[in-house]
Design a protein around this ligand. Sequence first.
Ligand SMILES: [Zn+2]
Length: 215
Amino acid sequence: MLLGVGTIRDASITVFVAGVTVMPALAVDNWPLPYEERLATRPSAAIDLVVIHCTELPDMRMAREFGERIHYASPQTGNSGHYYIDLEGHVFRFVADTRVANHTFGYNSRSIGIELVNIGRYPYWGDSRHQAFTVPYTQAQIDSLRTLLAQLRNDHMNLHWVAGHEDLDRRLEPASDDPRIRLRRRQDPGPLFPWPQVLQDSGLQRLSPPAEPSR
Ligand SMILES: [Zn+2]
């Protein structure tokens, strides 16, 4: 099959949680990255964690371009999440759950990465004067995220944890405008992400390892 051209809409799936709660149907557009088949495979049982990200880019087109970029020479792969949720709540799958995507340093082999389109600090990621996240997530995004999390819980029996990228990667780097200032490289999904709403009835617990000494 030709990869990276067009999208395929999966059949809608209704999710039943604990036989009681019926979540709305979730439609996922399958849109595999050109290098998806070069990413390592893993069994479903290896997945125990979901990591929430935001793209820190203005739209899905730029997020796709970023995901398609080759960063690693051998094999030829790049950085991306598994799922992307746009501002209207549409869900796209760039990488199958049973492939290891490069999205969170040190946690890739056990986790699924979900990226929410949100402008974040764009285009001043490394600038100490522009570190605030100012644009809220849309309710459509959060509704789709909750449905997707229920679906993933249904699909992967060991999935019990959820974390923000900011919880798991606390590395610092010099600010682009003043190298004496050291900034957190990863701050997504940031202070505007509605954790209580997302965690409620999700069956997932937030994983927040203790901070390591700054490097
Ligand atoms: Zn991230």
